[in-house]
Each structure stands twice: as structure tokens, then as C-alpha cells.
Design a protein around this ligand. Sequence first.
Ligand code: TYD
Ligand code: MG
Length: 452
Amino acid sequence: MYKCKNCGAVSLKWVGRCPECHSFNTMEEVITAENTPKILKFKKTPPPVSPATVLDWQNFNNIARIATGIKEFDLSVGSGLVAGQSILIGGEPGIGKSTLMLQVAEKISLTGLNTLYISTEESLNQIILRAKRLKIDSKSLFFQALNDINEILYSIENGNYGFVIIDSIQRITIPQSDSAYGSVNGLREIAHEITSLCLKKNCGVFLVCHVTKEGGFAGPKTLEHIVDTVLYFDSSKRDSYRILRCYKNRFGSTDEVGIYEMSENGLKGVKNPSAYFTSERQPDSPGSVVVPCLEGTRAMLVEVQALVVPSYMPVPKRVCLGIDSGRVSIISAVLEKKEGIKLSSKEIYVKIFGGINVQEPAVDLPVALSITSSYLEKPLPPNFIAFGEVGLTGEVRGVGNPSARIKEALNMGFSDVLLPQSNVKDVKDVKGVSAINLHPLTKLKKIIEYLV
Ligand code: TYD
Ligand code: MG
């Protein structure tokens, strides 16, 4: 608030000339009770607080985990849930959040914890239909269809639940607040209220949150610091399989991912992703190469295919699905220079199968092989896989966690691995590695020799 030194007139905004006495430069800011910064109102002597303590982790018992028994889910949250854990689970609409939550809620309730599923989007009948489809059968799983934040808080406060699921928090209304419906501020208030209450009651909570490609990400992003764990259903995949990724976890690592397939009766964990992604591969076709990729710390085999055909355009096409086209252009330029393969007059199509998007550099060498293989119309020998990064000068560089890749290759019965020389020392100790022929490379030279 501003007050005139001269006549005492007040104004909410600063003005150069007093509206009452018309004198210039006499308005000065004054501190009133309303505009006093909040920090000045803090009590100097707060209520009793627990004393500060040293971090005596040697005498600390490990936190008990609540395993849901859904293997892929337990993996993504780091070997099970913790009592009182707050989890944000995001994903595009229709990706399967409600389905997964219902399945997880059932399993939690079967461990003996009363579980409450609050739906803010669907009516009880709709949930019952889904429960029927998923064959949910638990006497400790309770449902409520609520929207008002006051009713939700009341329900949690007065119930005795081990876990609460709120699906979704974007549809909760706050009657007494000015925050716009679904606004970021409103979301934050709601998440804060719910997680604080659950923390007080030592009740775990799942907050389901929609994420859309059109900037809707801002909402859930602002909630990430409020919760212990953040899980996102990978939204780039519109296939029947889903990857649940952990982006933050106060109770475990964020490296793990869960891989699911949406079926008639809900989400099912994919037991053997490598077999799933390479099941329809035809090993004797030119252009097809298998890559052991890493998803978190897990290796899984995926198939990369290339098709090289003559181009009649001034600028030949490079079309890529599931892989960055810049990466493919670089590899084709290196192949042209180092292997003498004339690709500048060819169209190149590269595809990763299963709707997967491979971002990691380990796919470079397999892409180089598959392009060469398609160009020469020569397939790779059966049971042959490859991984490694390719540099602009044609050098083949080591990649992360080669032993996990080799183990997966062994599991799936592959007998020959083309890999960077610098990774050989890391895989020497892998159990059963003697059953596999290692073909180390330092340079992208003569990869043609590996084709049959
Ligand atoms: P849903 O869990 O409602 O997605 P979200 O809560 O993320 O919006 O389900 C998404 C889709 O999954 C829906 O289109 C129907 C399909 N679905 C199945 O294919 N099988 C099932 O058993 C269920 C329950 C759903
Ligand atoms: Mg839903």
C-alpha cells in the first residue's frame, strides 16, 4: 500500500502524483498487517520438536517391503512397496493406469492391508464392470466414487486403510478454493493435502495423473517433489505392450522398468521380453539384425531391420521408425566412407520392431550391419547378434553394461556376438561365456566378412 507524505491519502498502486493533493513524488510504500511478509509472523518458540539426531544406519532395520506379487510391478518400484509410500503414476489417457491400479490394489489388499480405491472419474458401476473383467476378488478392497476433496480427506481420515488409490487427481474439486478446476495450483494443493494426511496416518497412497502430449505434462511434473516415487507409463508406445518406468524413487533405484502387455483380461507382465520382441523374426532375411538393448538395467533383445533400395530422387529418402533418423544418416555416411558402400544414391528405411524406440548408442553397429546386409542382399549367420557404438571416424566404441547383454544373448541361445573390443574384458567373467563366440571390433572395417 502507498501513502502520501503530504496529505495521507492512500493508493493500492504506486502513482507519481497524489490523487488527493496532486503533489508529485509524495507516495511512499507503507507496511500494513495484510502485506506484511509471512515470514515475520513465524513464532520464535515453536511447539516441541523431535531432537536432531545422528544418522545411525548400522542399527537401522531395513524397511519391510510389501510385494504385490505382480513381478513386473514390484520390479519397477524396486522390490515392492513400503508402508506409507506415496506414488505418482502418470500416463496418457487410455494407456492402462486404472487397469493397473485395480490389479495392484487387489494384490495389496490380499496381503492383509485394507485398501481404498477412490474413483473421481468413473461411477461405481463402471468400476464393477472393470473389476468383473479383471476377476478382482478381495474382501479387503473397498471402492468409493467421490470428487470433492473434503469428502476424500474425510474418507481417508475416518477409515483404517493401509493403501489408498486416487484415480485420478485431476478430477478432484476444491469447493472452497479460488484455484481453477484442474489448474496446476489446485493440483498442488490437493496433492499436498492428501499426501500430508496419508503421511500422518502412515497410509500409502497412489495418485493417478493424466499426462497428455499437448503440454499436460506440466501438471504432474510439479507434483513430483511431493511424492516418494514417480512412475510413468511410457506414452510413446501405442502398441499392446506398455513400459512402466520409474523416474524417482526414495526407496530404491530408478533403473528398473516393468514391461506389460494389455490383454483381454487386463495388464499381464511380459515374462520374456526378448522372445516377445523377436518372435516373428526370419533369421535368414538380409537386413535383419538382433540387438541386446538396455531398458533400465535389463537387457532385452529387439530386432532392427534395414531396407536399402535405389533412389530416383535428387535427395534420397531416409525413413526411420523407432530410431533417430540423424543416427541412421551418420551411420550411412560412415559406411560410405569406411566400407565403400555407395549409399548416397540409395533410399534407406530402418525400423525397430515391437513399437520400441531405441535411443541408446549400442544400436549403431547393428544398424550398420543391417544396412550393409540389405545393400549386399546377404543375411547374417543364424544366432548372430551385435552391439556397439560407431564413431565418425569409423571406430567402434564400448557401451554400458555389456555383461547384461551377453547374458541375455546366452539365455536366448545366441552363439555369436559382434561387440566392441573394449567391452571384451567386461564380459570375460560372465557365466557360460565360453559357449559364445566373441567377435571383437575396434574399427568398422570389413563387417562385410561377417555376412554369409
Ligand atoms: P484404462 O485402464 O481405463 O486406461 P487409463 O486409466 O490409463 O485411462 O484402460 C485403457 C484401455 O485398456 C481401454 O481402452 C480398454 C483397454 N483394456 C483392455 O484391453 N483389457 C482390459 O482388461 C481392460 C480392463 C482394459
Ligand atoms: Mg483411468
